[in-house]
Every structure is written in C-alpha cells, then in structure tokens.
Design a protein. Structure first.
Length: 571
C-alpha cells in the first residue's frame, strides 16, 4: 500500500459527515460571506513533533478546504525562537505529506510577517491602544489580578505616544536586555476575561531565530501574531480547539482596532485519547529523559511514531472521521484508533507464520533430509493476493505457549499424547518431552499422520487445535519488538498530585531476540506490514532494521486485550 498516494476523499469530505462547523460554513456561503470563499489553515508551532490530536486538526482543515473547493495553508507560528527548531519544521512537513494532504504553494511562516506585525503594533501605539511597560514579568503577573478580582493599572500605562514609540523602536534596535521592557495592549484591567487584561504583544528576547537569524531581538507573542497572520493570508475560517475560545475576544479586538480583514474563529473539541499524554511539554520530557527512544518511539502518540510502528495514513484519516467534530471536550478510547488499523490491515496485509518464542519439535517418523513445499494462502480477505509455498521438514519450531506438559481443561493445543494440526500441514502427536539438566523443556518428539496433509482428499480427520510453525532449517532469525500502551492507566496526566511518569507501563516494550520467521520474509522492505498468524500485525522497523538484522515492530494485537484487563480491574 502506498501511504504517500493522495487520497481522493478527505477525512471531512463525506456528504454524510455533517457537523456544526460545516453548518456555519454552509450558512456563510449561502449569505455570500467572503464572496463564498473557504480558506482554512493548519498553524503548528515548530516546538515539537505533531501528535494524533494534530492529525485530527490536519484532516479537518484540509478536509474542509477540499469539501468546499477552497484552500488550506500550512503556516508555522514560529514566534518563540527559544523552543523552535528546523528539525520540528521538517518533521511537520513530512507528517502532513504522509497523511496525504497538500498545501500546494501556500507554505508560510509567521516570521514572514514580522515586519508587518511590527507596523501593526506601531499603529496601536499611535492610536493609544498599546504601551511599553517597564515592569518585571512578576510584577505584571501580580497586576493582572484573579478571575474574581480586577487587575491593577501599570504605573507605565499612561506613557505618552511619543515615549512609547521611542521605547518600542529602541527595543527593536536591541538597546535593552531581555525582560527590561514589554509592549502591552491597553484594553481593560477589570474585565472577567483575563486574556483582555492588557495582554503582552512583544517581549525582548536575544535569541537566534531559525529563519530570521539575529535580525530581530523582539518577538511577537502568539496571541498577537496568530490572528493577524490569519488576516494577512486572507483566511476565512480560523478553526481551532476549545482552549482558544476565550482568546477569541482578544483576536476580535486586535482586528477591529487595526481595521483589517476579519477571519471567523470557530472552536471545536480537541482530541483526547485514553492511556495517552498529549502535552508537547510532557512528550518532550519523555524524550529528553530517555523514557522513550525519541519522538518516533512507537509507543509515543506522534504521527512519526505511528508511522514507524506501522500505522497507515488512511487508518489515521479514517479514525479522525469516526471521531468526528464535537463542541465539548471528551476522551476517546484508544481502542477505537487500534480498531481503525486492525480493520484496514485485516483486508490489506498478507498472512505469514512467525514463532516468537521458539520450541523445537522433531517429527521422528518424517523422512530425514526431506523438505516439501506446502501451499499457504496469503490473505483470505483478498483473493487477488494469491498463495505462497512454505518449506516443511523433520525439524520445526512452534511457540512455547502452544505446549503444556500438564494441560488445563480448556487447553486444546499440544501436550503429551495429544494431537494438534499444524497450519497448512499435518496432524502431529506429542510422544516425548525432552528436558535439560535443570528441568527446562528444550525439545518435543512427535509423530505425524501422513494421511492428514492439509488440502488433500484424505485430510478430513478433525482435531480441536491448530497451531502455527516454521521450518527449523529454512527459517530466518529476526528481532521482534512487542510494543504496548505506554501508560497503564486511562488518564495518566489527570492526577495533579502525582507525576504522570509514575504511570508508565513497565511492560510497554518487550524485545525478543532470535525469533524464527518464514524464509519468504528475508528481503522484506522497511515499513512492510504483515499479519503474523495468531499473534498480531507487525511491520519492518524503519529505524533499526537492516538486511543483516531484521527488526519487526508489533503494530497491534489481533484483538483488544486491554478490554479484558479493564473489565477485570472493574470487577
């Protein structure tokens, strides 16, 4: 499957996928607002890798543009050089392309508008709507008051226009140190909306910017740059998450005072997943403190991590569509995301046999030095996938857990004196258990019934259990990484009295060496996906796998095993 192939139907393009945002846009088009244009944007901050929550926003914004034959920009809100990096810019571009979306020639940066934003700020000063405050950041925080108590006026609030212009120009020229002055809007220190209590527009920061270098030493705050950047680009509908709802009056105030194009901000509920942390600050903490193997660690909720783990772009787009667009925050069960990839891989991935914890068996009545080729179906869900031949000989490997020396009542796999069918092969019977000097089982001696070859006319005899296997001589070695949920509680960041890292699942990664796989997997390419029969879905790791050392990642189990765990914990 080509993940980079552009999708013909976006995550929001289904005619049945109506939501309140589309109802607003439909009404705007009906009233010929913005001359019927629909122009959205996706505006990430380049201070981390994109996660699954961003994927929902990407699908929504680009999907709306496609639905209404409009446009969607990609704009980096790069206003904080202390936390931004070209690495993040490159990763975001790659992630959006991989998801299947295209901004054409509309790649922008807020830093493209630094000169224009500066001129806008000068206009506010000239019109008496902004002033330079020489208070410390701590003093400014104290002046803001609380949600129930009004703030207090800065002693510098009534500086003259001339003095403010002079100070602001000197700030830009680099005359002052970090924190010596800030530029604030002059709005209302008694309003209940804390965002309107003379918010900061600019701060001094002598930092090297990844695009503008050392040209600037004053940088606009996010709230100042965001709305004006939307306006400059002619955005019609500024789609953002609910935490920006109380920012909207501030954006409106800026745009009205400047008298420029006024995009409409519409808020929707952000994506929250169970067993998942979405805070970029906390994700960065996991990376920097080596709790995970980088931003693309397959246990992380980043798009690059899902890609490395083996998720497909279409499964994430389908998940975003299933989640839908809501007005209130909620938590989506991680199982829904896992179901989306299972649903796709069940149809698209070829079946193969792999033994992760090998136990050797010797079929004592099978001819020595004989190898036969048996036919195996590649994918029962896709007839066009055809079949393959797999080798079978006297010595094989099976899974350790497919044998019990003293089986419990409902165990129907291999045990002493019991028969089981080998998938695509014969019925075998365990005759002898071989142990080492410490009592560990190291080998099983079995016999086979040559009249029970799978697919033959004589193979009608039934047994209760069927297990997978690989040929011992022809199998290939591989490393298999069993990834599971990074956290072992549904809401790892909800308890303010505990560190979210205390809830890291100690079993979130198990690395198995010397696994045995079908020989046909020898030349599997990076990112190739398979269903290991009875075990789950796996892909070739794009980071560590080589021709000499194959590494497979578990994408997802065949079934939602966590549902049973949660049910048991509740009972």
């Amino acid at each position: 499957m080509d993940d980079n192939k552009k999708t013909e139907v976006s995550a929001d393009s289904s005619s049945s996928n109506k939501n309140f945002i589309r109802e607003i846009i439909d009404e705007d088009i009906k009233n010929n607002k913005n001359d019927g244009r629909v122009h959205t944007r996706f505006p990430p901050e380049p201070n981390g890798y994109l996660h699954i929550g961003h994927a929902k926003s990407i699908c929504l914004n680009f999907g709306l543009a496609k639905t209404y034959n409009g446009k969607c920009n990609l704009r980096f809100d790069d206003t904080n050089p202390a936390k931004e990096d070209v690495e993040y810019v490159d990763s975001i571009i790659n992630d959006i392309k991989w998801l299947g979306f295209d901004w054409e020639d509309r790649l922008f940066f807020a830093s493209d508008y630094f000169e224009q934003l500066y001129e806008y700020a000068v206009k506010l000063i000239k019109d008496g709507h902004a002033y330079v405050d020489s208070s410390s950041i701590e003093e400014i925080k104290e002046m803001r008051g609380t949600p129930t108590q009004p703030g207090t006026l800065s002693p510098y609030r009534e500086r003259s226009v001339e003095e403010n212009l002079k100070l602001f120009e000197e700030m830009k020229a680099g005359k002052y140190k970090d924190g010596e002055h800030v530029l604030r809007a002059k709005i209302d220190m008694s309003t209940p909306n804390m965002k309107l209590r003379d918010p900061l527009l600019y701060r001094i920061r002598h930092e090297h910017h990844h695009r503008t270098g050392d040209t600037w030493c004053i940088y606009p705050l996010y709230d100042w740059a965001h709305g004006q950047s939307d306006s400059i680009e002619g955005i019609t509908h500024s789609i953002c998450t609910l935490e920006f709802e109380n920012h909207r009056p501030l954006y409106d105030w800026f745009l009205d005072k400047l008298g420029i194009h006024h995009p409409q901000q519409i808020e929707f509920a952000r994506l929250n997943l169970s067993y998942t942390i979405m805070s970029k600050r906390k994700l960065l903490e996991l990376v920097e403190n080596k709790f995970v193997d980088g931003w693309d660690d397959p246990r992380m909720p980043t798009i690059s991590a899902y890609r490395r783990r083996g998720y497909t772009a279409s499964s994430i787009r389908n998940f975003s569509e299933k989640v839908g667009v809501a007005k209130r925050d909620g938590v989506i069960d991680l199982a829904l995301l896992e179901h989306s990839i299972r649903e796709e891989l069940n149809k698209s991935s070829n079946r193969v046999m792999a033994v992760l914890r090998p136990l050797k068996i010797v079929i004592t009545n099978y001819p020595e030095n004989k190898t036969e080729l048996l036919t195996a179906v590649n994918n029962p869900e896709d007839e066009s996938s055809g079949s393959r031949e797999i080798p079978f000989s006297r010595e094989l490997y099976i899974e350790q857990h497919d044998f019990q020396e003293n089986p419990h009542r409902k165990f129907f796999r291999l045990s002493p004196g019991r028969e089981v069918r080998l998938r695509y092969a014969y019925i075998i019977k365990c005759e002898e258990v071989i142990k080492d000097e410490t009592g560990n089982i190291v080998e099983l001696h079995c016999t086979y019934d040559p009249e029970t070859k799978s697919g033959s006319a004589q193979s009608q005899r039934k047994v209760k259990g069927t297990i997978h296997w690989v040929d011992a001589d022809k199998s290939i070695d591989a490393e298999v990484r069993l990834y599971d949920r990074l956290f072992n509680v549904p809401a790892p960041g909800s308890d303010k009295d505990k560190d979210f890292k205390d809830f890291i699942n100690p079993d979130s990664l198990e690395i198995l060496k010397n696994c045995k796989l079908e020989p046909g997997l020898q030349n599997s390419q990076s990112g190739s996906r398979f269903q290991f029969e009875r075990l789950g879905y796996f892909c070739v790791d794009s980071k560590y796998s080589t021709n000499e050392n194959l590494v497979f990642n578990r994408i997802v189990t065949l079934r939602d095993s966590w549902a049973k765990i949660e049910k048991r914990n509740k009972s």
